[in-house]
Ligand binder design. Sequence first.
Ligand code: TMP
Length: 220
Amino acid sequence: MAAEETMRAFLVFEGLDGSGKSTLIERLAAELKARGRDLILTREPGGTPLAEDIRGILLRTDVEAPCDRAELLLYEASRAQHVDRVIKPALARGQWVLCDRFAASTVAFQSFARRLARAEVDWLNAYAIAGADPDLYVLLDLPVEESFRRRAHRNLGQGVDDDRFEREAREFHEAVRLGYLTQAREAPRNWLVLDAAQSPEALFEDLLKNLEGRGWLAKS
Ligand code: TMP
């Protein structure tokens, strides 16, 4: 079997609301399946029954909001469970793992936006991840203005309410975006920054080219 066929990767997709993460993940999953790759799709917070329960606690707006430290610890508890029960076993089976958000969101939201100390967030992330570091973070970068516009459009169409994070002010989301871009600058080899303002097709092409360039997929 060629090395390329045995290759598996742990890819994480990050970005503001409305950046097109879900569509891009679904497209990539379909492409990988068409190429005979075994994969799982998962997300954070969530990905296991317990972690999905924690997600419910984190996003609901009808009860007392967690304080910032409690919020951080809930994300990390959800992550530890997800890593041990889902991500590590999948990687051990040789599956690709496509994950909607992961530890970089904690740095962006809980450190850059909530202003918890970066060193403490980094330590807790490492503790929860326990060695299951992503091979690549894909950032779908979008101006906050455009993210707000897309979210308003979506909410209007689907009649859904904003969750606890979506209710935060513009400055909060600017800090989140800066948090992602800063992490991408700090570790350029582990990050791919895509311009999420372009069409879903162009975004997908950019991603595919990058994965081919890394030798993770054969050129199509
Ligand atoms: P989403 O999956 O619908 O984007 O909702 C998850 C929300 O949780 C989103 O607003 C980002 C936020 N979040 C954090 O604040 N910290 C984290 O570590 C993660 C994974 C998500």
